[in-house]
Design a protein around this ligand. Structure first.
Ligand SMILES: *[C@@H]1O[C@H](CO)[C@@H](O)[C@H](O)[C@H]1NC(C)=O
Ligand SMILES: *[C@@H]1O[C@H](CO)[C@@H](O)[C@H](O)[C@H]1NC(C)=O
Ligand SMILES: *[C@@H]1O[C@H](CO)[C@@H](O)[C@H](O)[C@H]1NC(C)=O
Ligand SMILES: *[C@@H]1O[C@H](CO)[C@@H](O)[C@H](O)[C@H]1NC(C)=O
Ligand SMILES: *[C@@H]1O[C@H](CO)[C@@H](O)[C@H](O)[C@H]1NC(C)=O
Length: 331
């Protein structure tokens, strides 16, 4: 008895510790989806192509330009060795956080796709692509990913209606947002108990208004297929991204557009913290499961009549679902 109480205490201690650790390190951007493009071929170790790729990656963290979080970089002269890259930070990022995200995402992408000339990654706060061909200004359909939170909203019909209206508004706003940043964020009431839905939509600003609208419309139609009835979801495409959650996951005050103003206040922590990062959530979920099962096992041994099915309880911290999407093809 005393032991099991102690174990339970230990369980909750571990839980709160995990929560504290997670909330103290919001800058560690562990969420990463990536696609290595096998079809575009491989470079070899220490080749000119690799050197050019490395120089682009290092420019992400050394660049003094912010350009509202958009980068169109290339390195190399000969067509054989030239690397092109397009990168984009979420519209509410300031320069420092944007740099950190791009460096992390590009570094990890190269590590995950060793020797692939072309690859794409989406992390929590930014998107990075590189290839041995032009990327700038081209609306593309692949690669694309849909990741969702399998929980359902309490009032699915109201939630979906509100979401659909909100996304139509944000799509128009983002597409019309002008040549430097095509980003929109907003929220709407989503049914009883003051529930709300929060969403962001963004295109790389090399998309003109029409292409941005087209990209986001594809994303919306993908969302209807893979995220209908979900409480949170991201649709990730080469030229645009869409995300919605039931909590405010973005910073309401984005860097203002007219003149670049690197924010003087250091703390960019709290608003992004409540975002449940999928990977961490799964890992923590598994740890919790293991821990609780251990606790219950101990308790059962000491205390025969105990109800069994505990294992089903914390399943909904498992949050990742990936779906190879079929969306309307371009052209
Ligand atoms: C590229 O390298 C990967 C492994 O590193 C290999 O599986 C693949 O066949 C290579 N592709 C080409 C086109 O050489
Ligand atoms: C983007 O990068 C490509 C490749 O270097 C270059 O040809 C193009 O002019 C750039 N576009 C802009 C607007 O900087
Ligand atoms: C870039 O990211 C990598 C991998 O996370 C890290 O090891 C490196 O220190 C970072 N570089 C800078 C300049 O922040
Ligand atoms: C949510 O929407 C309301 C009304 O449109 C707005 O006043 C508020 O700032 C929004 N909050 C966020 C986090 O976007
Ligand atoms: C939101 O962004 C602004 C501008 O970058 C920054 O000053 C502020 O600290 C951020 N706030 C939060 C809570 O992230």
């Amino acid at each position: 008895m005393g032991t099991s109480t102690f174990l339970m205490f230990l369980c909750s201690l571990v839980l709160s510790l995990a929560a504290v650790v997670l909330s103290k390190h919001p800058a560690v951007d562990v969420y990463l989806e990536r696609r290595c493009n096998e079809a575009s071929g491989n470079y070899s170790a220490n080749s000119a192509y690799e050197a050019n790729l490395n120089s682009i990656i290092s420019r992400f963290s050394t660049s003094t330009e912010f350009n509202y979080g958009f980068f169109n970089l290339s390195a190399g002269e000969s067509s054989r060795d030239k690397v092109n890259s397009v990168a984009l930070c979420r519209g509410d990022m300031n320069q420092a956080d944007c740099k950190t995200c791009l460096n992390y995402t590009a570094t990890e992408l190269k590590r995950f796709c060793p020797f692939n000339k072309a690859a794409t990654a989406w992390s929590e706060l930014c998107l990075v692509r590189y290839a041995n061909r032009d990327l700038y200004g081209l609306l593309e359909n692949d690669p694309r990913i849909c990741v969702f939170n399998p929980r359902n909203p309490s009032y699915p019909d109201q939630f979906n209606d509100a979401l659909s209206d909100l996304l139509d508004d944000l799509r128009n706003e983002a597409a019309a947002a002008g040549p430097v940043r095509k980003y929109a964020a907003g929220n709407a009431s989503a049914g009883g108990n003051h529930e709300r839905v929060y969403a962001t939509m963004q295109c790389t600003p090399d998309m003109d208004q029409l292409n941005c609208d087209t990209c986001l419309a594809f994303a919306q139609s993908e969302l209807e297929k893979c995220c209908y009835g979900r409480i949170g979801c991201r649709v990730l495409r080469p030229n645009c991204v869409l995300r919605f959650e039931s909590n405010p996951f973005y910073n309401e005050t984005a860097v203002p557009l007219p003149s670049p103003q690197p924010s003087p206040s250091g703390g960019n922590e709290d608003e992004t913290t409540p975002t449940v990062i999928i990977v961490i959530a799964s890992v923590v979920g598994v740890l919790i499961l293991v821990f609780i099962s251990m606790c219950m096992l101990m308790r059962r041994r000491r205390n025969k009549p105990v109800s069994a099915n505990v294992e089903t309880a914390p399943v909904d911290s498992e949050m990742s679902g990936i779906d190879p999407l079929q969306s309307p093809l371009i052209e």
